[in-house]
Structures are given as structure tokens and as C-alpha cells.
Design a protein around this ligand. Structure first.
Ligand SMILES: [Cu+2]
Length: 134
């Protein structure tokens, strides 16, 4: 009787181990994939889109990718700090993307700010600020 109980407990425990192994494996796979966010959806990165509205209802997590689609003759993507985002400062930027189809991985938690540094586009509202969660 005691032996039977031991066997049952053993199999229950190994089932639990297998279950938790599958859970941790699938959460690892989910984490490594991340979500692609096409900035402005079909409008892309332009002067006509309100990017504050675009961020409403969206969640951004570490590992997610922002995809900026735009005409390289008209726009670019400059990653800046929050001060430069507020006043459209272009002098001390973090990164500059100019390909027209730029995928930027969100590798850190916190605020991420992007402006268009061409002409007066930032001053006219072509800017994006998102908060990236863990
Ligand atoms: Cu622009």
C-alpha cells in the first residue's frame, strides 16, 4: 500500500515537472518572438498620421519590433531622448534610420522616442513616443 502511494506520487510529480517544463519552454518561445508593430499601419510614417492616436490601445514589450515604412526622399527616423522629442532637437540623437523600411527592436524597458528629422516634419507632428514594458 505504501509502495503504491509512492508510485502514484512519483508519477504525479513527474507529470507536474513535464507540465512546468512545457510552460517555461513556450513562454521562452513567446518572449523571443515579440510582436511587429507597423508604425501608422497602412499609412506608414508620414505627416498625415497622428502617432499619439496610433499608440492608443497598443502594448509594447521588450523584444517587440517597430517597423517604419516611408519615402526616403521625404522622411527619416531619428531615435532621440524625451527632451529632444519635446523640442524636436536633432543635435544629440541616439540613432538615425534612413532605409525607408526600418525595423527597430525594442531592447529596453521605458520610453522610446522617434522623430522625423527632415524639413520641419517633427515640428508639424511627425513624432512618436512609446512606453516599452518588460
Ligand atoms: Cu518626415
Amino acid at each position: 500500500m505504501l509502495r503504491l502511494i509512492t508510485v502514484q506520487q512519483g508519477s504525479w510529480f513527474s507529470s507536474l515537472m513535464i507540465f512546468s517544463a512545457i510552460c517555461s519552454l513556450s513562454s521562452l518561445m513567446l518572449k523571443s518572438e515579440g510582436t511587429n508593430h507597423t508604425v501608422g499601419d497602412s499609412s506608414g510614417w508620414d505627416l498625415m498620421t497622428n502617432y499619439t492616436n496610433w499608440t492608443q490601445g497598443r502594448e509594447f514589450h521588450v523584444g517587440d519590433v517597430l517597423v517604419f515604412n516611408y519615402n526616403v526622399d521625404q522622411h527619416n527616423v531619428m531615435q532621440v531622448n524625451s527632451t529632444a522629442y519635446a523640442d524636436c532637437g536633432r543635435d544629440n540623437y541616439i540613432s538615425l534610420f534612413t532605409k525607408g523600411n526600418d525595423s527597430i527592436i525594442m531592447s529596453e524597458v521605458g520610453e522610446h522616442c522617434f522623430i522625423c528629422a527632415m524639413y520641419d516634419h517633427c515640428e508639424n507632428g511627425q513624432k512618436l513616443s512609446i512606453n516599452v514594458a518588460p
